[in-house]
Design a binder for this molecule. Structure first.
Ligand code: NAD
Length: 388
């Protein structure tokens, strides 16, 4: 008899849509015994919230997350709202005994992240962070090749996450450009994903040297009035508002296993849309991945005869590749939304089997340690030990 899991989703825009779609489709493709029920969706503004609920088939709406987490009929709280809300919602949800799915980055800073980790551990609930790029089959294949020893000793991690959606100076000042709401800019938004992939594929990061920069220091306030606009209009007298986060953040890293890494995040790389790219170089071979070609993994083996050596492209859509058996026959490609469905399928399975999903709040906290160490390094102009 399938078990029904009542879900409450906080946030109804970009990630709200991605998560809603995943709950709708997950049981169609992954036949687990734990079936999500789209019970309530939460946001602050009733009219657009109601429209989202109707479009995506949520049973109810709620305009206060405080009421949502106290409801007896909710089993899982999914937090897809800005970073300044993550700590309070997660701690309250844990104290109310709810399982939690949380968007990245975990928090505004490492102190909040630690508080959240303590809260879920004390409550004994399941917790997971939406570092969804782990759920790309080609990335899972990279992990398998490393575990099988095919890459050998890892020397280099070389990663960049490039987008271009804020190159235009007339792009408005949304919450993602304010430190008190977002914590950081491209760094927490994009480097957080690269750090998670690096921890997953290479190992823990020991020390970092960082640099951040702002290209555009002021942006027009959004036409649509929200709390942020109201606050900034009052402060600045209307018109323009200040960008208080990084536009780009790069860093060098030393891993605990001796590998060396480079990371670069920007939303100013014209022509790059969601260029989440990494290269791994080891003693026996190399790997290369780019999310804009997410079904492919490039693999080079030093163990082949020299006259046939060369990078080859593996189409990671075979039944032997992670998650693909739930989807389509080989060569029938998958896309962005599948990463969310794959991850939520794993979360449901862990709840069903009473095991802890990964990545979880421990990974979020370790991730936040690296994020904060990079910002500290950039500010001081020195190398910083992670978690030191
Ligand atoms: N996993 C990924 O690849 C990925 C991609 C984009 C964003 N994110 C993360 O997802 C989160 C949301 O980002 P987004 O791009 O969806 O933002 P968004 O601006 O598109 O949506 C934010 C939502 O949160 C709601 N919200 C804000 N404050 C709230 C409050 N106090 N109570 C209830 N609802 C509130 C807003 O109404 C809105 O619906 C962020 O943490 C972001 O970093 C993750």
């Amino acid at each position: 008899m399938p078990r029904q899991l009542n879900v409450a989703l906080i946030g109804y825009k970009f990630m709200g849509k991605a998560h809603s779609h995943a709950y709708k489709d997950v049981h169609f493709f992954f036949k687990g015994d734990c079936v999500p029920v789209m019970k309530v969706i939460c946001g602050r503004n009733e009219a657009p919230l109601r429209a989202a609920a109707e479009a995506w088939n949520w049973e109810e709406i709620e305009t206060s997350w405080e009421r949502v987490v106290q409801r007896d009929d909710i089993d899982l709280v999914d937090i897809a709202s800005p970073q300044n809300t993550h700590r309070d919602i997660a701690v309250a949800a844990a104290q109310a005994g709810k399982h939690i799915l949380l968007e990245k980055p975990m928090a505004l800073n490492v102190h909040e992240a630690r508080e959240m980790l303590d809260a879920v551990q004390q409550a004994g609930v399941k917790h997971m962070i939406m570092f969804n790029y782990r759920r790309v089959p080609a990335v899972g294949l990279a992990k398998r090749l490393i575990q099988e020893g095919k890459i050998g000793q890892l020397f280099h991690w070389r990663a960049c996450y490039l987008q271009d959606w804020i190159v235009d100076p007339s792009f408005p000042l949304i919450w993602k450009f304010r430190k008190e709401i977002a914590g950081s800019g491209a760094h927490g938004d994009l480097n957080a994903h690269l750090i998670d992939l690096a921890r997953y594929l290479v190992g823990e990061i020991k020390s970092v040297v960082g640099m951040t920069h702002n290209f555009i220091k002021q942006r027009p306030l959004p036409a649509e009035s929200d709390q942020l606009t109201t606050m900034l209009t009052a402060q600045a007298g209307g018109g323009m508002g200040e960008v208080t986060v990084d536009d780009t953040a790069s860093f060098l890293a030393e891993f605990e296993n001796g590998a060396i890494g480079t990371f670069e995040a920007t939303r100013f790389a014209s022509g790059r849309k969601n260029y989440n790219h990494f290269e791994i170089y080891g003693s026996k071979g190399s790997l290369c991945f780019n999310f804009e070609r997410m079904n492919e993994l490039e693999y080079y083996s030093r163990e082949e005869e020299s006259h046939t050596q060369g990078f080859r492209t593996i189409l990671a859509t075979d039944e032997s590749h992670p998650y693909i058996s739930a989807w389509w026959p080989p060569g029938h490609l998958i896309g962005y939304e599948h990463t969310f469905i794959n991850q939520i399928a794993d979360l449901l399975k862990c709840i069903e089997e009473d095991t802890m999903p990964e990545p979880n709040f421990y990974d979020g906290w370790k991730n936040q340690q690296v994020l904060d160490a990079v910002l500290e390094s950039a500010e001081k102009g020195t190398r910083v030990e992670v978690g030191g």
